[in-house]
Each structure stands twice: as C-alpha cells, then as structure tokens.
Ligand binder design. Structure first.
Ligand SMILES: C[S@@+](CC[C@H](N)C(=O)[O-])C[C@H]1O[C@@H](n2cnc3c(N)ncnc32)[C@H](O)[C@@H]1O
Length: 272
C-alpha cells in the first residue's frame, strides 16, 4: 500500500483518539512499520499496545491470527470497531503483562517506543511476554541503538527536541557522536543503565547537556531514525563546564528504562 492509498484509509475508515491520530499522522513511522510487518508477519501475531489497531490492520493479510492487546479502554474500543470486519483478530482490553495467551507467537509487534526507552513501558512489557515467543520467532522492532553527543543547551530542564507544547529548545552540538548501547528485543532487557560516555570536544565554549538519539531497527534491513512520534531526540542538562577544541570529557549517564525521565542522572567531568 502506498502512502496515497493509505491516507484516505486513515481519514475515512479509522476511528481513533487524538493521541493515536498523532501517531497515525506520522507517515514515516507508519510506513516503516508497514514494510516491516509485510516482511515478517506470519502465523500467530501479537500486536502489543495496539492503540486504535493500525498495525493489526496492516498485519491482517499476512497473519493466521492476531491478538491485539491494548491497556487503554477508549483506544481498545476504537480498535474493536476498526477491526470488527476481520475474523482473524481478537482485541483484548488489558495490560499485556496480565494476558494469558492461548498460543505462542511467530511475531510480536510492540510499538511502545520512547527515546532510549526511558519514558516507556515497553521494556517491562516485553520482558514479561517474551516467554510466549515461539522458537525462531521475531519481534518488531528488532533492536534499538542509542547514541549521544555533548551539547550546550539553553533550557535547564530535560526536554524533547520536538517539543510541540513550547518553542523548540535551542542548543549547539559540541562533540562527536557516540553509540553507547544496543538493545536486542529478543533477549531479556536489563532495565537499569549506567554508562560512562567519553566525548571529544569539537568547539570552544561550554557543555551544559547531552543529546540522546535513538535509532530503531525494525528488521535487519530497515532502520528508522527519529520521526515526529517515534523517539524524538532527548536533551538532558548536566552541570556546566568550559571546554576547548580537542578536550576529552566524560559524562556518567544513569537511568532506568521504563523508569521515566525522573530516573535520569548525569555527572560530567573533564578528562584532559
Ligand atoms: C505508542 S502507542 C502505539 C499504538 C499503535 N500500536 C500505533 O502504532 O499507532 C503505545 C500503546 O501501548 C499502550 N500500552 C502501554 N502499556 C501497555 C500495556 N502494559 N499493555 C497493553 N498496552 C499498553 C498504550 O495505551 C498505547 O496505546
């Protein structure tokens, strides 16, 4: 389905909440998931965090049966109405961690991504349902890569780069970019992160934060960078230090995946 075919489908046929409509309007995100689903969906599929059911709709033609699980009552009601004409989908309005699935899955789709998985329930949810994945089964997304760079930022609070409610935050990139973690969703995920990031400074000035960027590998061959609704880069303030070109600085970054933005801690020091 090309985007031009997809657009009328959204406008005329899908009933949704305002939040899920924003998700649907992020065409890059939806089309990337559509490609991944076309490649991987077969047999029994779980759509975990199904929202208004869009990813289940995309999986219908390739799947024997889909369990679409959504915790939010209103979203689940929309999903039921959007999916009622398909006889191979069951919408379950429940916390996915409490569902006892009657059969194992060939594919688990779990679109609950937030930057570096910090403000996101996906980690505990996936950790609890991985036991239902068949041997050789797949998960969409497959992996995420998290990277960071040192910045000089104006705001003193943690904020997303795409801050729709306020003016876009101002910042200057001051260092190289480092990938610091790779998370494979087929393995149980350690939720607590504590990492030492080393940056080489490329500009004279001051460092007052780091920018975290997440890249999502939906499948081996399909990588999706930040989109408006998928992993917008996160700006995290640190103490302020002055730097010169060529300096090396170290930032200790601590957070809990699924623990929310309040779980983030940083400590910055100049190494040389
Ligand atoms: C980012 S939205 C994705 C919605 C939809 N899959 C889409 O792509 O448009 C994540 C959804 O996961 C749901 N969710 C969060 N925690 C959940 C849980 N423990 N069990 C089931 N659904 C959950 C949220 O209510 C939300 O609708």
């Amino acid at each position: 389905m090309h985007l031009n075919e997809f657009k009328p489908l959204i406008k005329t046929k899908i009933s949704t909440t305002p939040y899920h409509l924003n998700l649907l309007s992020d065409e890059e995100r939806v089309l990337a998931f559509k490609e991944a689903i076309k490649e991987k969906a077969k047999g029994t599929v779980y759509d975990i965090g199904a929202g208004c059911g869009i990813l289940s709709i995309l999986a219908v033609p390739y799947s024997d049966f889909i369990y679409a699980v959504e915790i939010d009552h209103t979203a689940a009601k929309h999903a039921k109405s959007n999916l009622e004409s398909f006889d191979n989908v069951l919408v379950i309005n429940k916390d996915a961690r409490e569902v006892i699935f009657p059969e194992k899955a060939n594919l688990i789709i779990c679109e609950m991504l937030d930057t570096a998985l910090i403000d996101e329930e996906q980690v505990p949810v996936l950790n609890s349902i991985l036991k239902y994945l068949k041997k050789g089964g797949e998960v969409i997304p497959k992996k995420v890569l998290n990277g960071a760079e040192a910045i000089d930022m104006e705001r003193e609070n943690i904020c997303y780069e795409d801050d729709e409610a306020n003016e876009k935050p101002n910042y200057d990139v001051m260092s190289d970019f480092k990938i610091y973690s790779e998370i494979d969703f087929k393995n149980e995920i350690e939720e607590n992160v504590e990492t030492d990031l080393e940056f080489k400074i490329s500009k004279k000035g001051s460092i007052s934060g780091i920018k975290i960027t997440t890249f999502t590998l939906l499948t081996d061959s399909l990588i999706c960078g930040p989109t408006p609704m998928l992993n917008p880069p996160l700006l995290v303030p640190t103490e302020k230090i002055n730097v010169d070109i060529g300096d090396i600085i170290k930032v200790k970054l601590i957070y809990k995946m699924g623990g929310g933005l309040d779980s983030i801690r940083t400590r910055i020091e100049k190494v040389s």
